[in-house]
Design a protein around this ligand. Sequence first.
Ligand code: CUA
Length: 176
Amino acid sequence: MHIHQYEKIFLWLTIGMLVIFLAAIANGVMSHGMHVASPVGRIADPAALDQTAPFDEPGLREVEPGVYEAVIVARKWSFTPKEIEIPAGSTLTMQISSPDIIHGVKVLDTNINIMVIPGQISQVSHQFDEPGEYLMICHEYCGLAHHAMEGLIRVTEPMAADGTVDGAEGSARGEG
Ligand code: CUA
């Protein structure tokens, strides 16, 4: 079979690109610890999420200075709590579940992007170094008011040693 020379070049370019992309993925997994968001737990009865720990008490708690955990309920069509406030430099771990249907969570200007599935606890961590307002949106179509399903992560200026706020006011970010 005769293959035109240009076609051969394109075939090898294609194979070469595939090898480069696969190598990039392998490098991310092995050297940078990248992984898909994985469920950390199950909820036996999603409809009873409001009575199931820890989702019976959604909110933010400080585990230690600079380390926060947020328990978040995503339901048609809101996040509870709607707003989270942490100082810059903090690491935030979010555990999210849904009592009704599938939602998604994307936090703009970060790489937080996970699905929220009834019966499953989704967990994601992120270190917020830059003060500002980070919009949290539902990115999975979930009905009439999907577009209005949003929350906010407010990252404040870090506290200085003397207890005063360091630096200027935070900038608004991530509209839309
Ligand atoms: Cu919840 Cu879209």
